[in-house]
Structures are given as C-alpha cells and as structure tokens.
Design a protein around this ligand. Sequence first.
Ligand SMILES: C[S@@+](CC[C@H](N)C(=O)[O-])C[C@H]1O[C@@H](n2cnc3c(N)ncnc32)[C@H](O)[C@@H]1O
Length: 336
Amino acid sequence: MKVIDPPSRDDRPLWDVWLATFNFPVLTVADEIGLFTLLAKQALSPTEIAEQLKIGARATEGILGVLTSLGFVLQHDGQFLLTELSRNYLLPESPYYWGGLLRNIHDSLPTHESIRDAALKDYYHDAESPWDSGEIPQARAERLTRHMHAHSMPAAMGVARWGNFTGVKRLLDVAGGSGCFPIALAMRYPHMRFTVLELAPVVALAKQYIADYGMQDRIDTLVANMFRDPFPSGYDAVFFSNIYHDWKREECLRLTRSSFDALPSGGHIYIHEMLLDDTKDRPISTMGYAIQMLVGTQGKQYSAAEIRAMLTECGFDSITVTPTFSYFTLIRATKP
Ligand SMILES: C[S@@+](CC[C@H](N)C(=O)[O-])C[C@H]1O[C@@H](n2cnc3c(N)ncnc32)[C@H](O)[C@@H]1O
C-alpha cells in the first residue's frame, strides 16, 4: 500500500485561475442578451428576468450569481438591481459604455494555442504589419476604433482631470483613435486646440466622434502614417495613449525622436499607458494585458522605468509620472 501525506497547502489558486475563465463570457452574454438594459428600468426577480430575456431558470441563476459576486449587480429582497459599476460601463446610453470592446473581443479570446505560439515564436509579427503600412480594411478599423473608444474614454476623463497641461495650447494626439483624449481635454481646457493624427480609415470615424461632441472647431484631424511621415510642427505637446505598448522598443524610440524633433524647446511629450510596476510582476491585470500584447502585437506593457529610459535617451528631461484613472498612468517629459 502506498501512503501519501495530505497536500501542504490547498489548491484554491488553481480553481480560481481555471474558473475565472468563465467570468468574461458571462459578462459578454449578459450584455448581448440585454440583462443590464432590462435591470436599468427596475429591480426584478430571477423569475421575471428569465421570462423577459427568454432564458432558462438554471442559466439565470448562474449568470446572476456570477455577476453579483463580481459586483455588476446586487441582490436585495429577492430582486436584482444594477450597481454603479454597471450603470457607468454596461448601459448603451452611457458615454462610458464598454460595448464596443466587449463585442470586438468576445469571439477572439486568448487560447492555449495562441499563447503557446506567441511564446515559441516571440516577435512573430516581425513581418511588416498592416499597421506599419497603414493599409487596414475599413471594417477592421471600425471595430478597433469602437473598441478603443470604450477602452479609453473613462481614462481620458482621468487624464484631463489629473494630467498637467499647464501652458499647453496646441496638442498633437498621435494615433489618437476616436479622439477621446482631445474630446475629454477640450471639455476641461477651453483654450486648448487639438489635432488627431491617424490612418485614413480611422480619421473618418474620429470625425464622427468629434462631431458627436460638437467639437469640430477645436479638434481637427490629419491623415498620416506615424512611422513614415514627419510629425507636423506648430504643436507645444505631442500625446500618445496606448501606442507604446503596441510596438518594440526601437519603434517606440522612433516615435520619441519624431516627437523631440517636432517640438519646440519647452514643449512636452505625454505617454499614457497601463504601466507595470518596475519589478514587472504586478498588477496582475496589467500582466494579462502584457500577454494580450504578446499575442496580438509587437509590443508589451512597459514599466515607468523603461519609458523613462527611452525619454532620457532621446533628450527629454523633467519627467513626471501621474496616475490618472483605474490602471492608467500619464508620463510627461519636456524638451530642454
Ligand atoms: C491601441 S489604439 C490607441 C488609440 C488611442 N490612442 C487610445 O488610446 O484609445 C492604436 C491606434 O494606432 C493607430 N495606428 C496604428 N498604426 C498607425 C500608423 N502607422 N500611423 C498612424 N496611426 C496608426 C491605429 O489606427 C489605432 O487607432
């Protein structure tokens, strides 16, 4: 007979890692079937929710249980109602609705194969990507821009609130996507003017977002390829959000040098990213984003120290690091 000792600790972390994989699809299904919109009007019992959404009682119990545990709904007196979290981010009428992101990625979640292949090939996107050449189909640009708008609009409000834009009059938002950062900054700083530099298919969409906010007179657009075209002059700030994490260090250095060349003395570069701690093992969600970048881009999530080193190498100084919103941080540096 073989006798073994009990485990020296419990295996909860393994259960947690496995079973957390169900959380995201539960959220995207709840969004797709209209659960949050239904509960926005009134609190309902599980039986009423099942009837109105035409889903089974067992599924209703499971979905509501997961969403309650995660803080998206709460339970009171046998009825379910929305939390502040859901009211902000899961109602289509909210300016911060995450629907564009949820719908873009619900059918392309990471798999064992995608992570294994990326690990074995490392920079497997080494061949020229359509983003280098700027040749992206309109439908793909539209999906990505709706995704990025949902992804970035809440943080854009944090950048406008907490970032230091003292003295900045004209800001160039390089690869600015929907234009959400200039939109948020324009609300807070009435004297500022902005240009969103983007690839042609995205500029068409940015113009719509800018028009939705009635800001056409303060925010214009420029069709350009950030790697192939020189940055325009006449700006006292160059801004990048979620751009460095898409690219290798050498490409990030190219963007930093282009900014330095385009800026006047005293001008600022801003880099807004989800940063890793300098130990590069935290926070866990930013680590997850690093894996997403590994699978889908040539980049990675950087630490503040890594970005600071790039800025210094290109001649910038007076570097400041400011938390803005949720996991995001804004780095600002000045051309001497
Ligand atoms: C991750 S998104 C960031 C969008 C926005 N800055 C934000 O934070 O929400 C990357 C953006 O880079 C743009 N982009 C990619 N390659 C580009 C290039 N070569 N020139 C200009 N823009 C480019 C894409 O169109 C896309 O909008």
